[in-house]
Design a protein around this ligand. Structure first.
Ligand SMILES: Cc1ncc(COP(=O)(O)O)c(C=O)c1O
Length: 404
């Protein structure tokens, strides 16, 4: 008997993340990797963690080491509501659910919104982990093209009309508005309003996933979807990229009726997010760790972003039909190679040349694009960025001459 038949249809459809598999290859010594999406270890607020640890163990060991409420530590929800208010979002702690980082937020979204075979809208390309979460509930992500300003409203309208006509009305529209993973692009205010207008007309929920929002190195912050349309938007946040990923701590913020259902869904998953990590996070926020840490992280990543863009200008000069996004924040940029080159096929040669990226095809929900790649600029240090870009430039030139 085929052992797969023991599994549910849902489980049979599950696949390992291409990126996590690929990271095993790129972790070999000597390879300069722009493939992962990891924060720089230098950005971790180790001293604050140590101070918070002492404080929590001294003052509140019995509650911090105990189970906690599914909704999350009330003090932390209060802190996060405050952070959101500063960002122009008029919310209260009871509209916030602490999650085991935003990946769990995505999983809960899949769990509460999909019946098998239901569609949803995502960017094309989009975050691979969202595709994985949605597909694991037998959701069917349908991609809408992006340009340098994120999801294209006209394409969204067309896709919604087509799906409605086919009787496949999407359950929600999933957007990553700020410094999108993988493309690095940000949706400007007018386009945010337009997307919300389209969503409102068709009666669609919007899921706004914005893990990089606070990591802005250039330009002006754009209002969140949530602040523009609080009744129809669920937002997902995380401390992973702005403080540290190892606590596995994030939060969802949105209408009470959605948060309430997410609480029920979460109870079956993990009962609650680690109360200990929540207590530590609350202690760290009370010490001002977020502002201090963000200040340093923004400087570090901002410089690396600038350096990578400069290296690209230098290494790719004279290559026709090559372009890349110039993100104002976040961790990633998106490089598109000349027609005829295939970043998936080139990958092995890149690893042989000791430089790594993620082939763009990994991020497409329902079509293929073999010309693009995602490059991360937060993890590799300055020397590696310079050398890695040189290796990548050489490889691209070699492939161009080989294709004639
Ligand atoms: C767009 C997006 N959403 C969610 C996540 C998940 O992050 P975490 O589970 O660490 O909060 C990531 C991580 O890279 C991401 O890029």
């Amino acid at each position: 008997m085929d052992k797969q038949e023991f599994f549910s249809d849902r489980a049979q459809g599950m696949q390992r993340s291409v990126i996590r598999e690929l990271l095993k290859i790129t972790a070999k010594p000597g390879i300069i990797s722009f493939a992962g999406g990891l924060p720089a270890p230098a950005s971790f607020p180790v001293d604050f963690v140590r101070k918070a640890l002492d404080s929590v163990l001294d003052k509140e060991p019995h509650t911090a080491l105990q189970y906690g409420p599914t909704e999350g530590d009330p003090r932390l929800r209060e802190d996060l509501a405050g952070i959101m208010k500063e960002d122009g979002i008029d919310t209260t702690p009871d509209h916030i659910l602490i999650t085991t980082a935003s990946q769990q937020g995505l999983d809960l979204v899949g769990k509460i919104f999909f019946n098998p075979g239901n569609t949803c809208i995502t960017g094309s390309p989009t975050y691979l982990g969202a595709l994985q979460a949605f597909k694991s509930y037998q959701g069917v992500p349908v991609g809408v093209e992006l340009d340098d300003h994120g999801m294209i409203p006209e394409k969204l309208e067309e896709t919604l009309a087509r799906l409605e006509e086919e009787g496949r009305k999407p359950r929600f529209i999933y957007v990553i508005p700020d410094f999108q993973n993988p493309a690095g692009v940000t949706i400007p205010l007018e386009r945010r309003k337009r997307i919300l207008e389209i969503a409102g007309k068709g009666g669609y929920l919007v899921i706004e996933d914005t893990p990089y929002r606070q990591l802005r190195y250039k330009g002006k912050s754009q209002p969140t979807f949530q602040s523009l349309e609080p009744d129809m938007v669920l937002s997902l946040y995380t401390i992973s990229k702005i403080l540290l990923p190892g606590f596995r701590l994030g939060w969802a913020c949105g209408p009470g009726w959605i948060i309430d259902k997410m609480v029920m869904a979460k109870q079956a998953v993990d009962l609650c997010t680690s109360p200990f990590n929540q207590a530590l996070t609350h202690a760290m926020l009370s010490m001002g760790a977020l502002d201090k840490s963000l200040e340093q992280t923004i400087e570090l990543y901002g410089n690396r972003r600038k350096l990578m863009l400069e290296c690209m200008e230098k290494e790719f000069t004279g290559i026709d039909d090559i372009h890349w996004t110039k993100p104002e924040g976040g961790l990633f940029l998106w490089l598109t190679l000349p027609e005829g080159l295939n970043t998936e096929k080139m990958f092995k040669e890149a690893v042989d040349a000791k430089v790594a990226y993620v082939p763009g095809s990994a991020f497409y929900p329902d079509n293929d694009n073999f010309r693009s790649m995602r490059l991360n600029f937060s993890y590799a240090d300055e020397g590696q960025i310079v050398e890695g870009m040189k290796r990548l430039g050489n490889l691209i030139r070699k492939k161009i001459s080989a294709t004639g």
